[in-house]
Design a protein around this ligand. Structure first.
Ligand code: J9Q
Length: 271
């Protein structure tokens, strides 16, 4: 896979040299290029932004600079300059985007070329996304969560890590990938423990020291259900009732939840 990132803070992307993404690059699985948007400015001050039409706070990134940059990067594969290029997928991190999910990461991992446009200030002139969609480029405006960042760089790092670890050969043990995608689909993970068996006055739960594999699996499932209803009621409601066994239903009932009208919901929901 090739990934290009365009930013006015290219140094912000330095962590892409490290860890799993860095190893994917070293192994030749990922061809990653980071660009400074200001390299495509033509004025003395290397201007990338201007005041918003219609008024309002802050500055908006200019479409002309972004257009020159993206025209270059979307078609820049030096090895075969004139050959037909794999179509690129343009990713624009923005708080107004669709939620980034593992399903989206899986889709992006199937692409040959991703281009990330990292905006700062109040965003990128909306015509940039419109123009590339009209030109036939797949454009994904994505949000990594409902909080305020200063720009798209941190969000691009998140998306790139989630995508690159799905590329064949990047994560050593593919069992961990299988477990994450199918394991207990839709539940939060159970808590994990290692040595020493007692630390800071806290013991590892006795059940994990017994070697009773079936009982351990049941305990882990119960704790996962408990965490999910407490911390992520949205995920609990989205559980597929056909994937719940009788013990799951007992545990949910103790937690004040049940399956009613084919859906997982609190006992007293809507009352
Ligand atoms: C570019 N807040 O926030 C959440 N996901 C993406 C973003 C974001 C932001 C500001 C600029 C992206």
């Amino acid at each position: 896979m090739r990934i290009d990132v365009v930013s006015i803070f290219p140094e912000y992307l330095a962590p892409l040299e490290l860890s799993l993404v860095g190893k994917a690059r070293a192994a030749g699985i990922l061809d990653l290029h980071v660009h400074d948007l200001r390299d495509w400015t033509t004025d003395r001050h290397r201007t990338v932004d201007d005041t918003p039409f219609g008024g309002g706070a802050g500055m908006v990134m200019r479409p002309d600079v972004w257009g020159t940059a993206l025209d270059g990067v979307l078609g820049s594969i030096a090895a075969a300059p004139a050959a037909p290029r794999p179509p690129a997928h343009l990713v624009i991190p923005t708080p107004s985007g669709a939620p980034f999910t593992q399903r989206i990461a899986e889709q992006l991992a199937g692409e040959q070329h991703l281009v990330f446009a990292c905006g700062r200030y109040e965003g990128i002139d909306a015509r940039v996304a419109d123009h590339y969609r009209e030109a036939g480029v797949v454009v994904s405006e994505l949000s990594i969560g409902d909080y305020v960042l200063s720009g798209g760089e941190a969000a691009a790092l998140v998306v790139i890590e989630a995508v690159v670890r799905l590329l064949p050969g990047v994560v050593g043990n593919p069992e961990s990938l299988v477990e994450e995608s199918h394991g207990d689909a839709g539940l939060l993970e159970y808590p994990v423990y290692t040595k020493p068996p007692e630390w800071a006055g806290l013991a590892v739960p006795d059940i994990l020291m017994t070697g009773h594999h079936a009982r351990i699996a049941r305990w882990r499932r119960d704790v996962a259900l408990e965490r999910t209803v407490e911390r992520r009621p949205d995920l609990a409601r989205a559980l597929d009732p056909t994937l719940l066994d009788a013990a799951d239903l007992d545990t949910l009932s103790v937690l004040g939840w049940e399956v009613r009208d084919g859906a997982v919901q609190p006992h007293d929901d809507g009352l």
